[in-house]
Design a protein around this ligand. Sequence first.
Ligand code: RNT
Ligand code: ZN
Length: 418
Amino acid sequence: MTIKERYVAAKKLYEDFGVDTDKAIEVLKKVPVSMHCWQGDDVTGFDSRQQLSGGIQTTGNYPGKARTPQELMDDIDKALSLIPGRHKLNLHASYAIGEPGETISRDKLQPRHFEKWVKFARKRNLGLDFNPTFFSHPMVKNGLTLSSPDENVRRYWISHGKCCLKIAEYFANQTGEPCVMNIWIPDGFKDIPADRFAPRARYKESLDEILSEAYDKEKVLPALESKVFGIGLESYTVGNSEFCISYAAKNGIMPLMDNGHYHPTEQVSDKISSILLFFDKMALHITRPVRWDSDHVVLFDDETRAICNEIVANNALDRVYIASDYFDAGINRISAWATGLRNIQKALLNALLTPHNYLKKLQESGNMTELMAAQEELKMLPLGDIWNYYCETENVPSGMDWFKEVQKYEENTLSKRI
Ligand code: RNT
Ligand code: ZN
């Protein structure tokens, strides 16, 4: 049977549950997912090329890592050719591109440092998102940035944040799409602090100052990402969940939830509906924590499916900004990108193919017996046949064909990078 024939047969099985597969595909095609640029070079960037700091870690040494802007762009192109759907590209400030020999200072970053990225994005019709980079830099002192007691350090990073707002606005103007600018700082302590209050008070002040910079609120959407702990920062995190949600609520910005940033039995999928009741918009980093914030490649697993299910069931595709955030240096990096982003798309497709109204009615009428029976039957529907057809309509290889492309690219391009 051809992919089309299998699709036609599968479509009927979904129809029995009242689900229109054509409609699901049409919706999915328009949902932007912001692909993180940092999978391609293990979060190294181009400006300072310092060792990764801030309590995050890449492990592994798979050959073929991108070493230059051109290599990273080539790799992103390859990955995007294997991922169906609508994309945005998520950049970090550390991926600034200077003139040959130029030393880029993060407190003086300018839109021109991202001109090449804008050109790249425009040519491919990609929206752009942005992140100031508060780590892997000599101005991180004693593990602190915006919460530092050292005014020079704090000033430096406030200035960085302000520059980044300008760059985010430039991205929005150039691409015609709003730019999510996500703030995450690694600040924290390895051991028990004497004062948990002062660093948080300084972080709050620093954020106020950054956000006092004039920017177009329609075009730039600031988000604040919380965290529970980092490697070497196990005892205290300045920007914990309570801090970030409260700050975002009071200051009209978005909270960003990364599903690696909570205690292992907490689930972001359960938090989404609560946040949606109090915020117009929220943002997500989809990752896969294995025992800690390990940032493994996103799989088509229960939590990824549950997260996407919540977004769709709550009718919030236009209120939740979805981005990927993981970095595996132990496998082919193009494959890591394609696998993770394809899995986010699959989870979205799965959610769009779920008869939410039927299931919700069962819950509301107290019929938990039929609810469980239906939820389990739905798991057996031929999602793969719809997925393959979706890939075909998007001109992206389906089945294991995409992986053959990865192998060819490794042979012809990545393996030559020595
Ligand atoms: C770190 C946060 C943060 C980073 C990126 C590189 O724990 O998840 O989002 O992964 O900014
Ligand atoms: Zn994150």
